[in-house]
Design a protein around this ligand. Structure first.
Ligand SMILES: Cc1cc2nc3c(=O)[nH]c(=O)nc-3n(C[C@H](O)[C@H](O)[C@H](O)COP(=O)(O)OP(=O)(O)OC[C@H]3O[C@@H](n4cnc5c(N)ncnc54)[C@H](O)[C@@H]3O)c2cc1C
Ligand code: HEM
Ligand SMILES: Cc1cc2nc3c(=O)[nH]c(=O)nc-3n(C[C@H](O)[C@H](O)[C@H](O)COP(=O)(O)O)c2cc1C
Length: 1058
C-alpha cells in the first residue's frame, strides 16, 4: 500500500498556481515543506508536479537507471534561446552527447589550471575597483561578482573581453539575460492564451533573446577573424569532431552552447560568491578562521593554482555556503518506468512515468535527519576533518547529479577560491547594515538581494601590487583607513567613538560624546564597532560604548569582538589609547557587562593604554544615566590633560535658526534596514476595565521574511499628547519650523527645515527619566525660586526621579520659571530608540503578514503627576488603523527560540500576558502543519492572566480551535479567578499543580520555552528546581540547580521582555 501524496488546497482550473510565490518560488517551497513535509504534489493547470524535500527520497531518486533529467516547464521556456545546448537539451537529443563528449576535456583539472591567468586578470579588476572605492563606498557584491564571473567565463572559455568593470551599468547581455530568465519562469506558470495577448512583454522577450544572440554572433565572428593563440572552448566546438559519431557540432548547436555557457557559467558562481560573503559576515568566528588560514598559508604573496583546494577551511566555508544557499536551488527528474515506488521517512509513494518530480536541493540541504537540529546555522565545521567525505551519498548536491550534473563545477570552484583568497587578503568586508537579514532574489538561480558591503583595505600588512593599473599603494603601518573621514577643522583634534548597540542606549551615549566633542576641542568620528575591527585608529583617543546580549556582542559589534578576542601579537594594540563604557543589566547575573569587560581587558592585554577606568551602566538601576554622565566627565578631564585640547565655549554642538513655516517638512529615515509595513487590522483583545492588549496584523515591507519566534523592530513616534506638552512648555506654535546645523555628527536632520512637531515626535525620547546631569543643567539655568526643589531632586535622585521616571519635561512643567529653550532641551534628550516585539504569527499562516500581541502601556504615572504615563511605542502601535504605514524591520531571535524543525517534538510553553506572543506563533505553525496532515505532538501551554473573561488572550478563539485540533493543551492560571484555574494564581503555581504532565512531556523529549518578564522566569525556575528535587530525590538546592542546568541543556529557551 502506498501513501497518498498530500496537496495544498487549490482552486478550479488554476489548481495550485497561486499557492506558489511568483517572484520567490523557493520561499513557497520552503514553507510548504515545513507544512507538508518530505513530499507533496501541486496541480498546475491540471498537470501534477511532485515536490521532493527529504534526503531519503532524493538519495533514492539519484539513480540514473530509474530517474532521468526532466526538462522542466521553466527550462522548456529557456530553450527559446538555449535550444539544445547542454543544459536544456532533452535526454534523447543527439547534440547533447556530441557536445558533452567534446567539451568534457575542456573542464579537466589541467584545462582549468590553464585558465588561471584569465581568471586572475578579471579578479584583479574587481579588487582594483574596490580599492579605489575605499572604505566608505557601498558595494553591491552580487553585481560586482556578476561582472567578475561573466567576464571570466567569456575571457577564459571564449577569449572575449566584455569589460564589465569599465561600465557603470551591468553588461547589456547580463541585463537581457536576467529579464529573459525571469520572464521564462513566469511564462512557465502562465496560460497560453494570456501569454498570446501580452504583446509588449512578448516583444521585450524577443528583444532580450536578440541581445543575447548578438553577443554570441560577435564572439563567433571574432574567433573566425582572429583565432586565439591558445585554443579555447569555441575552438573545440568549431573544429572538434566527436569520436563516437565522427561528426562536428552544427553551427546552431554551437550558438546554443555558447549562450548556455554564458548563462550557466556566471549566474550560479556569482550567487555562490555572494552567499559565501553573506554567511561569513554573519558569522565572525568563521570569518576570522578563514582570514587566519589565508594569512598563514598564503600571506601576502599572489595566490597560484598550487593553492587551489589546499585551504581546508575555505573549502568548508564554500561547501557550507552552498548547502544553505545552493544557487541552483532545484532540479527536475522523471521516472523512466511507470509505477515507480519510492520510500521516504513517512511512507512509500507512487510516481508515474514522465511526471515531473522537482528535487528541491534547497530543502534537502536543510533535512535535519542528515544535518541535525542546527540545520539553519552556518557551520563550516560540519564540512571539515573528513566530515564532508563521510556524508551519506548524495546528501550535498548543489552541482546536480550524474551525467547531467554540472560540467562547469571545476571552473566555478577554482574561480571562486582565487577570488575569495584575493579579496580577503586585501580587504576586511563589513555589512553596510549589520542587521541585514538574508533576502533572496530568484530567477533561474537564487542569490542574496539588497545586500551591500563595504571593503576596508587591510592595513595590517603591506599591500600587494596587483597589476600596473592598480591604485597607489599605501605604506605599511600608515594610519588606518577609518581615519580618512576626519578633517580636524579649526584646530580640533581627531577622536573616535565606536558603539555596539542593538536597542540604542550605547549609540545614544556615543552620540552625546560626539555632539559634545567640539566644545572640548575634538572633532569626533562616530561609527559602529564592526567598522573598527582590524582598524582601531592610533592618531586620537578611542572611546567604545557597548552592550551585551545574553553575554554576546550586539549585532554591530560581533566582528570587532571576534577580532579583539583572538588577535595574537602581544603588542597588537600598542599605540591605541582608549576608554570603554558598558551598558548592561544586572538581571543577567552571570553575563552582566561581559562584552564591555572583555573588550576593555583584551585591549589592555595587547598593549593599548587605558585612558579611563571602564564605565559601568546598569539599565536596571537608578544610576544608569548618571554612571554615563560621570564617566563622560572623567573622559573629558583626562583628554584635556593627555591631549592638551582646549575647551571652546563658542563651539556649541547645535545651532538652530527659525525659518519660514511654509518650507516642506523634512522626512528622514533613521534605521537603514527598516521598511514600511502596512496595518491590516488592529483590534483589542481585552475586555473593558482590563489593561488593554491589542492584536495587530501588518503586511510586511516587500521582501521581508520571518520565522516563528522572530521579532519585529518598530521605530515609533512619541504620543501626540506628550509632544504637545513639550511644545506648550516651550511656547512654540504647532507649525513652528527650525533648521539645525551642527558642528558634530548628530542624529537630527541638519541643513534643511524641519517642523518642531516632527522633530519632537520622531527623533527624541521625551519620557526617559532625567539624568543627574540634566538636573544640574536645569539648576544652572533656573531662577532662585526653583533652586531648592531641583536640588531636592538631585539629593533624592533614585526615589524622586529614577523610580517614578520623572522626565526633563515633567520637571520643566513643574518648574515653569526655568527659561529653557529648544536647543538645550534637544541636547539633553536621548535619540528615539526602536522597540522590539515578538511576532505572534507563523509564516505558514501567511509569509507576507505578521501579527503582534501587544500590551499597551497606559497607566497612572508612577510620579503621581496627573498625566497618565503613555508608553511610546505601545501607544503609537495601539493608535494605528488599517492602511497606516509603520517603519519596521524583522530581527531574528536567538537560535534556540524557534520551534524545533520536527513537529513531532512536544513543547512546554510558559508565559503571561503579552508573553503569549511568540507562543501563539509556534502554535499557529503547528496547527498549519497538523491540518496539512503532518504528525504533530500536542504541546502544553501554561498561560497567566487575570480572568478568563477579561484578558484570556485568544482564549475563545485560536487557542480553543488549536486545542480542539489536538495541537495544544492550555493550562491557564487566572490570578483573579483562581477557582477557575485549579486553584492556581500564577503560572508557576500551575506548573506545580500539573507537574505529572510536565515530567511526562520532559520524558517525551519536550523543549521548554518561557516568555515574559524577568519575574516570571524567576518564579518558573524556582518551581522547576523544586520539581527536580522531588522527582530525583535531591534535597540540596545547588545540586538540584546543577542537575537542572545539565538536563535542560539545549532544551530550555527564554525570551525576556526587559
Ligand atoms: C525581545 C523583546 C520582545 C518583546 N516582545 C513584546 C511583545 O510581544 N509584546 C509586548 O507587548 N511587548 C513586548 N516587548 C516589550 C516592548 O519592546 C516594549 O518595551 C513595551 O511595549 C514598552 O514600550 P513603550 O515604548 O510603549 O514604553 P516606553 O515608553 O519605553 O516606556 C516603558 C518604560 O516605562 C516604565 N513604565 C511603565 N509604566 C509606567 C508608569 N505607569 N509610570 C512610569 N513609568 C512607567 C517601564 O518600567 C519602562 O521602563 C518585548 C521586549 C523585548 C526586549
Ligand atoms: C557555483 C556554480 C555552479 C552551480 C551551483 C551549478 C549548478 C549546476 C546544476 C545543479 C546543474 C544540473 C542541472 C540539472 O540537473 O538540471 C548544472 C548543469 C550545468 N552547468 Fe553548472 N553550476 C555552476 C557553475 C557552472 C559553470 C561555471 C559552468 C560553465 C563553465 C556551468 C555549466 C553547466 C552546464 C553546461 C550544465 C549542463 C550539463 C549537462 O546537462 O550536460 N555551470 N550546473
Ligand atoms: C535579550 C537581552 C539580553 C541581554 N543580555 C545581557 C547580558 O547578558 N549582560 C548584560 O549586562 N546585559 C544584558 N542585557 C541588557 C542590555 O545590555 C542593556 O539593555 C543595554 O542597555 C542595551 O544596550 P543597547 O541599547 O546599546 O543595545 C540584555 C538585554 C536583552 C533585551
Amino acid at each position: 500500500m502506498t501513501t497518498p501524496i498530500p496537496q495544498p488546497p487549490g482552486v478550479p482550473f488554476l489548481g495550485n498556481v497561486n499557492t506558489i510565490d511568483r517572484d520567490l518560488p523557493i520561499k513557497s517551497f520552503e514553507l510548504l515543506t515545513q507544512q507538508y513535509g518530505e513530499i507533496f504534489q501541486l496541480n498546475i493547470f491540471g498537470a501534477r508536479r511532485i515536490i521532493i524535500n527529504s534526503y531519503k527520497l532524493q538519495a533514492e531518486m539519484s539513480d540514473e537507471k530509474r530517474f532521468i533529467k526532466n526538462i522542466s516547464a521553466n527550462l522548456k521556456q529557456v530553450r527559446a534561446a538555449a535550444s539544445d545546448g547542454l543544459f536544456t537539451a532533452f535526454p534523447d537529443e543527439p547534440n547533447w552527447g556530441k557536445a558533452h563528449r567534446l567539451l568534457m576535456p575542456c573542464f579537466g583539472t589541467a584545462a582549468i589550471f590553464g585558465m588561471y591567468d584569465g581568471m586572475m586578470d578579471i579578479i584583479d579588476q574587481l579588487v582594483t575597483k574596490w580599492e579605489r572605492f575605499g572604505p566608505h563606498e557601498d558595494i553591491d557584491p552580487a553585481a560586482d561578482f556578476t561582472r567578475l564571473t561573466l567576464d571570466a567565463i567569456a575571457l577564459c572559455s571564449m577569449s572575449y573581453r566584455l569589460n564589465s568593470f569599465y561600465r557603470e551599468e551591468p553588461h547589456p547581455f547580463a541585463i537581457a539575460m536576467t529579464d529573459f530568465l525571469l520572464e521564462s519562469g513566469r511564462r512557465s506558470a502562465r496560460n497560453a492564451l494570456v501569454q498570446a495577448i501580452m504583446t509588449q512583454t512578448n516583444a521585450k522577450y524577443e528583444a532580450d533573446i536578440a541581445t543575447m544572440g548578438q553577443l554570441v554572433s560577435s564572439i563567433l565572428e571574432d574567433h573566425k577573424i582572429r583565432p586565439p593563440a591558445k585554443p579555447d572552448l569555441v575552438t573545440v566546438m568549431l573544429n572538434g569532431v566527436d569520436k563516437e559519431t565522427r561528426e562536428k557540432l552544427p553551427e546552431e548547436n554551437i550558438r546554443a552552447n555558447l549562450l548556455t555557457f554564458l548563462i550557466a557559467g556566471h549566474e550560479t558562481t556569482s550567487g555562490m560568491l555572494t552567499f559565501v560573503v553573506y554567511y561569513l559576515l554573519k558569522n565572525p568566528e568563521a570569518m576570522r578562521k578563514l582570514r587566519d588560514e589565508i594569512d598563514t598559508k598564503i600571506g601576502g604573496r599572489r595566490v597560484t593554482t598550487k593553492d587551489v583546494n589546499q585551504l581546508p577551511y575555505l573549502l568548508a566555508v564554500m561547501r557550507e555556503a552552498m548547502r544553505l544557499g545552493p544557487t541552483a536551488p532545484a532540479r527536475s527528474v522523471t521516472p523512466i518506468h511507470d509505477d515507480a515506488v519510492v520510500t521516504g521517512n513517512n511512507g512509500q509513494y507512487l510516481l508515474h512515468k514522465d511526471e515531473p518530480c522537482i528535487l528541491v536541493t534547497f530543502n534537502v540541504h536543510r533535512d535535519p535527519k542528515v544535518w541535525g537540529d542546527d540545520v539553519l546555522e552556518f557551520k563550516p565545521e560540519r564540512m571539515l576533518d573528513g566530515k564532508f567525505e563521510a556524508l551519506p551519498p548524495n546528501a550535498w548536491q548543489p552541482f546536480g547529479f550524474g551525467l547531467r550534473g554540472c560540467i562547469g563545477r571545476p571552473f566555478a570552484w577554482q574561480e571562486a577560491q582565487l577570488a575569495l583568497i584575493s579579496i580577503f587578503q586585501r580587504f576586511d568586508l563589513v555589512m553596510r547594515d549589520p542587521t541585514y537579514e538574508l533576502e533572496i532574489k530568484q530567477t533561474l538561480t537564487i542569490k542574496p538581494h539588497n545586500f551591500y558591503v563595504r571593503a576596508i583595505p587591510r592595513t595590517d600588512r603591506p599591500r600587494m601590487l596587483l597589476n600596473p593599473s592598480s591604485a597607489p599603494i599605501a605604506a605599511p603601518g600608515e594610519p588606518a583607513q577609518i581615519a580618512s573621514d576626519v578633517s580636524p577643522a579649526n584646530g580640533l583634534k581627531p577622536m573616535y567613538v565606536f558603539y555596539g548597540s542593538n536597542t540604542g542606549n550605547s549609540e545614544s551615549f556615543a552620540q552625546r560624546i560626539v555632539s559634545a566633542a567640539p566644545t572640548h576641542g575634538f572633532a569626533a568620528t562616530l561609527s559602529t564597532l564592526d567598522m573598527a575591527a582590524e582598524h582601531l585608529p592610533k592618531d586620537g583617543p578611542v572611546l567604545i560604548l557597548t552592550a551585551s546580549f545574553e553575554g554576546l556582542p550586539a549585532d554591530n559589534a560581533k566582528h570587532f569582538v571576534e577580532w579583539a578576542e583572538n588577535v595574537k601579537a602581544a603588542d597588537a594594540f600598542a599605540g591605541i589609547k582608549y576608554g570603554v563604557f558598558g551598558c548592561g543589566n544586572t538581571d543577567w547575573v552571570s553575563t552582566y557587562q561581559r562584552v564591555p569587560k572583555l573588550i576593555d581587558d583584551a585591549l589592555e592585554a595587547r598593549g593599548a593604554i587605558r585612558l579611563v577606568d571602564r564605565g559601568v551602566g546598569d539599565a536596571a538601576s537608578a544610576e544608569f544615566f548618571d554612571a554615563f554622565d560621570k564617566w563622560e566627565e572623567m573622559v573629558w578631564a583626562k583628554l584635556s590633560t593627555e591631549y592638551g585640547a582646549v575647551k571652546s565655549e563658542q563651539a556649541v554642538g547645535l545651532e538652530i535658526k527659525t525659518v519660514s513655516s511654509s518650507v516642506v517638512r523634512a522626512e528622514l529615515l533613521r534605521q537603514r534596514d527598516m521598511g514600511f509595513g502596512t496595518v491590516i487590522e488592529n483590534k483589542v483583545l481585552t475586555a473593558e476595565g482590563h489593561p488593554p492588549k491589542m492584536h495587530i496584523e501588518l503586511a510586511l515591507p516587500e521582501g521581508f521574511t520571518y520565522r516563528a519566534g522572530d521579532y519585529l523592530a518598530i521605530l515609533p513616534t512619541n504620543p501626540e499628547r506628550t509632544v504637545r506638552r513639550a511644545m506648550a512648555r516651550l511656547n512654540l506654535d504647532s507649525d513652528a519650523e527650525i533648521e539645525i546645523s551642527s558642528t558634530a555628527p548628530t542624529h537630527f536632520p541638519t541643513g534643511k527645515p524641519v517642523s518642531v512637531f516632527n522633530l519632537l515626535s520622531g527623533y527624541v525620547e521625551l519620557q526617559q527619566p532625567a539624568t543627574q546631569r540634566d538636573l544640574e543643567a536645569l539648576i544652572a539655568a533656573a531662577p532662585e525660586t526653583a533652586q531648592a526643589a531641583l536640588k531636592d531632586l538631585v539629593a533624592n535622585y533614585a526615589d524622586k526621579v529614577f523610580a517614578p521616571r520623572l522626565s526633563v519635561l515633567d520637571v520643566l512643567e513643574e518648574q515653569p520659571s526655568i527659561p529653557l529653550t529648544l536647543g538645550p532641551l534637544l541636547h539633553m534628550l536621548p535619540a528615539m530608540r526602536i522597540r522590539q516585539y515578538s511576532i505572534s504569527s507563523s509564516p505558514l499562516w501567511n509569509p507576507t503578514h505578521a501579527t503582534l500581541t501587544l500590551a499597551v502601556v497606559d497607566a497612572p504615572a508612577r510620579s503621581g503627576r496627573t498625566e497618565p504615563y503613555l508608553g511610546v511605542a505601545s501607544t503609537y502601535l495601539a493608535s494605528l488603523r488599517g492602511g497606516d504605514k509603520v517603519q519596521c524591520a524583522v530581527r531574528p531571535s536567538a537560535a534556540a527560540f524557534h520551534p524545533p524543525t520536527d513537529p513531532g517534538v512536544p513543547l512546554v510553553m510558559i508565559c503571561a500576558g503579552s508573553g503569549l506572543a511568540p507562543m501563539r506563533g509556534f502554535l499557529q505553525e503547528r496547527a498549519e502543519q497538523k491540518r496539512a496532515g503532518r504528525a504533530v505532538a500536542a504541546s502544553l501551554l501554561f498561560f497567566g492572566c487575570r480572568d478568563p473573561r477579561g484578558d484570556f488572550l485568544y482564549g475563545d478563539a485560536e487557542l480553543k480551535e488549536w486545542a480542539e485540533l489536538g495541537v495544544v493543551d492550555v493550562r491557564p492560571a487566572f490570578s483573579r479567578c483562581v477557582g477557575e484555574s485549579a486553584g492556581c494564581r500564577y503560572v508557576h503555581d500551575r506548573i506545580g499543580h500539573d507537574k505529572a504532565e510536565v515530567v511526562a512531556a520532559y520524558d517525551a523529549g519536550a523543549k521548554f520555552f518561557v516568555c515574559g518578564s524577568g519575574r516570571i522566569l524567576q518564579g518558573v525556575k524556582e518551581t522547576i528546581v523544586e520539581l527536580v528535587k522531588e522527582v530525583r530525590g535531591i534535597s540540596d538546592e545547588v545540586e538540584a540547580q546543577k542537575l537542572l542546568n545539565h538536563i535542560m541543556q539545549g532544551r530550555f529557551a527564554t525570551d525576556i521582555f526587559e
